[in-house]
Write a protein that binds this ligand. Sequence first.
Ligand code: ATP
Ligand code: MG
Length: 434
Amino acid sequence: MSSPIQAVRGMHDILPPSADDGKGFRSTHFQFVEDTVRRWLESYGYQEIRIPIVEDTALFKRSIGEVTDIVEKEMYTFADRNGDSLTLRPEGTAGVVRAAIEHSALRQSSHRWWYAGPMFRHERPQRGRYRQFTQIGVEAFGMPGPDIDAEVILLTARLWKALGLRHVALQINNLGSADARARFREALTEYLRAHEPQLDEDSRRRLNTNPLRILDSKNPQVQAVVGGGPTLLEFLDAQSKTHFDGLQKLLDLADIVYEINPRLVRGLDYYTGTVFEWVTTRLGAQGTVCAGGRYDGLVAQLGGPETPAIGFAMGVERLVELVKEEQSMPADPVPHAYCVAVGEEPAAQAMTLTEQLRAAVPGLRVTLHCGGGSFKSQVKRADKSGAPLALVMGESEVERGEVGVKFLREERPQIAVARADIAQWLAGWLVQRG
Ligand code: ATP
Ligand code: MG
């Protein structure tokens, strides 16, 4: 026999609790994060957009930037059967902007959109860094002021609260106008040239092509060099400064704690003005759980109308790791009741009964035993399911028009409830349970 095939390196299964062997991810953690985020996004007026997983390679080159980690070495790019160059999306903003332009959505005044789904980057897999990972992101179009920047940040702060995450800290910066960035680039290049021997190969190459990217290097030695250099904030133009001050004022008013990190630039070229990251120290080196900023030039750059915009993306796997770390998720949902039935007629009636109960009692989680077996083995399954109740259908219950209710987690004798009353009994039990 040949050996079993395994998942592709850096791509993981997200397992149901019953298959969780402690090594993989658990789907209920993802549901907790995704459901919570979705609920709050809707409450802020965000609407969902779904975009393809595959796009024209040129889209990412033009938006993310040729001289970036993503485009230079992380994209899954391939020629399809027609010979067209396609790429598995490494991030969501490019596709969302493309879609907005393609459907002429940006002629209307403003939009708040969100998306969720898998992204692909050929990185070195490690904790918190995968080759297929999940992002939830938002893009807000048509709003130029610091008000939307602040709202987006308040929204993320609310998310951490709702997810029970206490160990994330906010860093903000402002990248300034294109002019300011050009002047900064000059000063930075001059400084880094003087320290060239201490730079790594990537950074030395970028000195000529895209020196700002060096600020984003993950190499500690490069980071140390950069730490002694000039910062963007020293070059900030008046308009950006006013915007940045406005943002800080709104954050202060909302009691949001933040740190100004003058070396925060983000790894994609399209950012302008406000940038921010939420960082934790609890996940080792992969500490950024959410990152974003303004990209006021991107829409026009991709052929659309001049449109101010801001967005962010969060790494769902990293949030899930944090949720596990902080044990902030409520227990996995278990069935309320597990219905056991022995014999052909009781089993058939049990199916009708559970269908009726699902329709009649909103929120009731009831699992029907399938696959036969003795009463004893079925009750064992009921116990293993975690359900507090077993609903028992035997020959005698069927004959008497009753359902047996067995209490699996308390010392309490089994009771019999009339078939006509069982839905009401369960509804009452659910309410009492709170
Ligand atoms: P990093 O600096 O960690 O490489 P990034 O700046 O490349 O992150 P973004 O492109 O801004 O990340 O993506 C937003 C978020 O998506 C990140 O903050 C992170 O939480 C998550 N993320 C990015 N790359 C990965 C990955 N390879 N595996 C898991 N999550 C990721
Ligand atoms: Mg990266």
